[in-house]
Design a protein around this ligand. Structure first.
Ligand code: ADP
Length: 185
């Protein structure tokens, strides 16, 4: 693939397009704390994946009252060509003084932790928080790429390695940002 780098045993690639079309073991959803669906990538995932995703989200709500910012939960992927959807709640950008950066990093870290727990070999991430939640795109890309690199460099050797991580950029601006930053990994 054209835009890809290797860290240890994992290939990190860049794609432009719609994450609901990606054949990965897990795709990540940029959800909100209610887990009831919304606009942007969240709306697209629920629409394409069907009602079984929402049904599992409702059960999680009953159990733990939704999902906090920076946390992540796993459901079926319903009709999508993936096995799991990992829903994470990114921070709303509020100037950067409300721990937005740490919270965004936690999103990526918690998704990778859940992926490992489910023995996921391939995972696709959207550009969490960079849509309706207005996180600055350059900064969000730096955080995403560093979180992934740190996690791969730290992964236990007893753990089955993640083979593939894909960053799926929906807009040209994010795609161009990732393309330029991936060469620096
Ligand atoms: P947030 O509320 O976390 O900002 P959004 O869904 O509004 O979530 O935006 C997050 C990112 O997802 C944005 O960069 C947006 O361009 C992108 N996006 C929107 N629809 C899709 C899709 N179908 N596939 C992949 N990315 C998408």
């Amino acid at each position: 693939m054209e835009h890809s780098v290797q860290i240890n045993q994992t290939t990190i690639s860049l794609l432009k397009g719609d994450i609901t079309k990606i054949k990965a073991d897990a795709i990540v959803n940029a959800a909100n704390t209610s887990l009831l669906g919304g606009g942007g990538v969240d709306g697209a995932i629920h629409k394409a994946g069907g009602k079984s995703i929402l049904e599992e989200c409702m059960k999680i709500r009953e159990r733990q009252g939704g999902c906090a910012v920076g946390e992540a939960v796993t459901t079926t992927a319903g009709n999508l060509p993936a096995s799991y959807v990992i829903h994470t709640v990114g921070p709303v950008w509020n100037g950067g003084t409300n721990n937005e950066m740490e919270k965004l990093r936690s999103c990526y870290m918690n998704c990778l932790r859940l992926a490992a727990e489910h023995n996921v070999k391939s995972i696709a991430f959207p550009n969490i928080s960079t849509g309706i939640y207005r996180f600055p795109k350059q900064l969000a890309a730096d955080i995403a790429l560093k979180a992934v690199a740190d996690s791969l460099n730290r992964a236990s050797t007893e753990q089955e390695p993640l083979e593939h991580i894909t960053f799926v950029c929906f807009d040209d601006e994010n795609f161009d940002i990732y393309r330029s930053k991936m060469t620096g990994l």
